[in-house]
Design a protein around this ligand. Sequence first.
Ligand SMILES: Nc1ncnc2c1ncn2[C@@H]1O[C@H](COP(=O)(O)OP(=O)(O)OP(=O)(O)O)[C@@H](O)[C@H]1O
Ligand SMILES: CC(=O)C(=O)O
Length: 575
Amino acid sequence: MSQVVATRSIHSSFLCPNPGSAQPRAENLLKPSTFSFDVFSPKKTSKAGFHRRSCQIVARKAALPPTEAVPVSPEDEIEEQLQHLRVIPQFGDTSAGMWSKPTVRRKTKIVCTIGPSTNTREMIWKLAEAGMNVARLNMSHGDHASHQKVIDLVKEYNAQSKDNVISIMLDTKGPEVRSGDLPQPITLTPGQEFTFTIQRGVGTPDCVSVNYDDFVNDVEYGDMLLVDGGMMSLMVKSKTADSVKCEVVDGGELKSRRHLNVRGKSATLPSITEKDWDDIKFGVDNQVDFYAVSFVKDAQVVHELKSYLKSCGADIHVIVKIESADSIPNLHSIITASDGAMVARGDLGAELPIEEVPLLQEEIINICRSMGKAVIVATNMLESMIVHPTPTRAEVSDIAIAVREGSDGIMLSGETAHGKFPLKAVKVMHTVALRTEATIPGGQMPPNLGQVFKNHMSEMFAYHATMMSNTLGTSTVVFTRSGFMAILLSHYRPSGTIFAFTDNKRTQQRLPLYQGVCPIVMEFSDDAEETFAKALGLLQKQGMVKEGEEVAIVQSGRQPIWRSQSTHNIQVWQV
Ligand SMILES: Nc1ncnc2c1ncn2[C@@H]1O[C@H](COP(=O)(O)OP(=O)(O)OP(=O)(O)O)[C@@H](O)[C@H]1O
Ligand SMILES: CC(=O)C(=O)O
């Protein structure tokens, strides 16, 4: 087995699948003068019989003479392995084997809103097996008892599942403005006069209550009011101290408790209402994994929530929902303060002109990718599947675009909450994402590579592990306590799966949202090699890797597990 060693540059020896402009920049940013690299090429057999045969790259801070050595040995099997990665899955592919589990093989993660169609034990199990990675609880609907039941079921699923884990995301109601209850739906016709009042309990054919006292102050003559994100629209004509008189522009059937937005304006309500704080506390008590915070307008609210969570010792990550017109000028600071963002296209397309939505989607994904934050694209992704068993072509294209743009997650709302075909919707999303991913070249780097994380050494190792696994066509195995290194690797979007081993259940629970990460909980022993061998044995037993396959093992990150404080390394092991 030949082994070629390059001694000059660690980068020039790697075959970059995407030799674009990011490469030279990456080299400059990531080439530290104070680190050295060793390659250990002899074939070794570990205690458990695995071969650590290809190479081991180790960096120690200024501890070794400044020589650099790296293997550049695309071996005979590599083309075969790359071919394997290029295999294009077909609709309904049920082939067993190393990649048969949808949740392992697909990289883009699926978020499912749980509601009346899916809140049973049977449906949670079926959704999980069909490919759900994150269960979303929408606090605009249901009560704590119904959400508690879902949380308990997801936790029960996680406890019994050997190789799959579902995160729980609690989505706050936020300062939603809604119309009041009506005894029966009202038909609104274009040109008709219709009034919204802040008086409570009004529901007649020409006037209905709104749940927000400042509504009259927030709207002005000429404003366009949208019902249900634009299903109907009304132009403001005049107002009094307690009511707003409108003319119907686009008519339809107005039902009880419908969403109201003012085109181009956000309500002057706080992003986190009293109800939201109550729901957040419910999330802390139940140790959910993520909050999706509705109608965030500035970073201040994220800081406030994070300091509350810190004060209660809660390890829950914060995803900001970008859906408010006021959030757009503050996108950078809001996303910087958060752990990720959701492109909440429903309200976003109501508060802003609808043609802005695809542009903002791309911009938000790019900002998140460049900051190493998670990003989810949400709403209407398979809307027609609420009532039909097959999607429209436009919906399929919409999923493909979100995947190509590099979203970590894609979300189903009404499709799984109250739709007729929740499982089919998940399967369509899975298949479309998988098919699209098969066409994306590996190694597409975020634009400001090397500048995001202060922990430069970990970033460099994430970069090199990605290059190495892409070149050799291997998966990556990482050992992580906080999840940091797995998230960092995901940020580099390696072609193979990132198997993230952790001894922390909370970390395992959080990682399913991240692109390409397959989290596995396992006890770590005091001996690194023994732990590596145990991890590979487990992957092999679950059919996630097969005998003879190579994997890149990364030891890096903020908190050393076995290595000494200043030593990081990448090894290639053969199963
Ligand atoms: N926990 C729940 N209990 C009951 N119904 C639910 C629940 N979650 C969602 N739904 C139903 O599924 C629909 C779609 O869910 P989604 O999360 O998209 O709600 P939404 O964005 O708040 O929509 P809407 O404006 O209709 O409330 C909701 O409108 C609601 O009818
Ligand atoms: C998801 C959500 O809240 C929206 O699209 O508005």
